[in-house]
Ligand binder design. Structure first.
Ligand SMILES: [Fe+2]
Ligand SMILES: [Fe+2]
Length: 473
């Protein structure tokens, strides 16, 4: 069993010390990473003591150690889930054959591309969120933001390790470039669009951790089914950390919704904004925007790349090994809706080419579960209003539906209707300015901003009044 060695300069459970060349190369990257963290990571409370968890074992269950840490002293390292004995390739043409421990030459470029695209999202989100602590609604939330940030930075380490260990010189160059691109930079932007969007308010942060980190969960899960075993093991451990990020988003939105309902009922005109809250109509617009942006991250509905990756075993379906009996996905089709002359028509496409859509289906079903919980919160509050996910065709910028307009129910509409209704469905400049106007820091232990309800419990069994962030200096 691989335990984590914290006496090393780079904590790891991959026996880094046995490969001096690799160790030296990563020790050279380490100070560059720290420079990146200081200049592009959290810019607020960045040297205060934060109540953070650090991985101490990759075993399921007791892997986390909690304590107050200054973020620059956080022990970022390289942790892979333990090797599964006799693991076989889960899906594709070679399903059932032994997994690969090295990169096969013919898949080198594709695997490198897959890893770089995933890796790029990790530092990007830290950059997007670097000023958010300025307006934290509570110290509890501030601590959660920083926990997410340090773990996304660790995910960068996880991917950089794969690049250094398995892709030689161009892997090292890619690792350097991961520290050079910047979210939203016109000259050197991050690779994917959702990761260049600004994150200036906490409604956006919670939508991001709810919808964008959840996209990450599904991408990582499909890579956890990879024939390339080091990638699978890396992603399996990242997924255990990712669960907390999704919790932050899901419960953060639930708390805003709960508070919104309280303020709606409190106000004589049923206007949550008049009580300094975020009204449900505004929350719905944020959901519409972020859900649509994140659907784009899954790629085109019909994709020959997706088919090739599946065939080769580089990726597979969500829980391919556990959830399916048949792992070839040959001679099967999937029905998609296509727009032809203004009408939606069903077309059957080969299943392998529709693998992005198969993964998107899983994601949508997962998001729908959160909506159900939030609507339960609304029902419990006694309000009749309900929130919903827009249809997958709404407001897409990539794939089959990018060139036409659809309403939130997924029905095709013309450009004039879209222009007339857009402000009812998506955040307007006025909405954004309003939400930003509410963003004032609350740094007193146990206190919450007016627009968000308190969480049901603290972190790691601590009370809400706990000093999750020690700002006393
Ligand atoms: Fe991540
Ligand atoms: Fe995450």
């Amino acid at each position: 069993m691989a335990s984590i060695d914290y006496s090393e300069r780079i904590p790891n459970n991959v026996d880094l010390g046995s490969d001096r060349r690799l160790q030296r190369a990563l020790e050279k990257w380490q100070p560059e990473f720290l420079d990146w963290w200081r200049s592009a990571g959290p810019q607020v409370l960045s040297t205060d003591e934060i109540y953070l968890r650090t991985a101490i074992s990759t075993q399921p269950g007791g892997w986390a150690n909690f304590g107050h840490v200054r973020m620059p002293d956080y022990r970022w390292g390289i942790f892979l889930a333990d090797k599964e004995r006799d693991r076989v390739i889960p899906g594709g043409d070679d399903a059932g054959k032994p997994v690969w421990h090295d990169v096969p030459g013919e898949h080198r470029n594709a695997l490198k591309r897959i890893i770089v695209i995933q890796a790029d999202t990790e530092p990007a989100s830290v950059e997007q969120q670097r000023w958010l602590a300025n307006t934290a609604p509570s110290l509890y939330d501030c601590r959660n933001l920083f926990q997410v940030n340090v773990e996304e930075a660790r995910h960068l380490w996880a991917m950089v390790y794969l690049l250094h260990a398995h892709f030689g010189r161009d892997g090292r160059e890619e690792a350097d470039e991961l520290l050079e691109r910047r979210s939203g930079d016109p000259d050197k932007p991050r690779i994917l669009d959702a990761f260049n969007q600004p994150c200036r308010d906490w409604l956006t942060f919670f939508c991001f951790t709810m919808f964008t980190d959840r996209d990450g969960k599904y991408q990582l899960a499909s890579l956890a089914e990879s024939a390339f075993d080091p990638l699978s093991r890396t992603c399996r451990f990242m997924l255990t950390e990712e669960a907390h990020h999704l919790f932050v988003g899901d419960t953060g939105l639930d708390r805003i919704i709960r508070r919104s309902a309280e303020l709606t009922k409190l106000d004589p005109n049923g206007d949550a904004r008049a009580q300094g809250g975020i009204d449900l109509a505004t929350i719905q617009k944020w959901i519409n925007h972020w859900f649509a942006y994140c659907l784009d991250l899954f790629g085109s509905e019909i994709s020959s790349n997706a088919a090739d990756y599946f065939a080769a075993g580089l990726k597979a379906r969500f829980r391919e090994a556990a959830q399916y009996d048949e792992h070839g996905a040959r001679n099967q089709t999937k029905r998609l809706q296509k727009l032809e002359e203004g009408k939606l028509v069903g077309v059957d496409v080969p299943l392998r080419t529709a693998m992005n859509e198969v993964l998107r289906d899983e994601y949508i079903a997962d998001c729908a579960k959160s909506l159900k919980r939030w609507n339960k919160t609304l029902a419990d509050s006694g309000l009749d209003t309900r929130l919903s996910l827009p249809n997958r065709r709404f407001f897409r910028r990539q794939g089959l539906y990018a060139d036409a307009h659809f309403d939130p129910a997924g029905q095709p509409i013309d450009a004039a209707t879209w222009d007339a209704r857009m402000d009812d469905w998506l955040p307007t400049d006025g909405d954004i300015a309003y939400v930003e106007s509410l963003m004032k820091p609350v740094y007193e232990p146990g206190k919450m901003a007016n627009w968000i309800a308190a969480p049901r419990r603290g972190i790691n069994g601590q009370p809400l009044e706990f000093d999750y962030v020690r700002t006393d200096h």
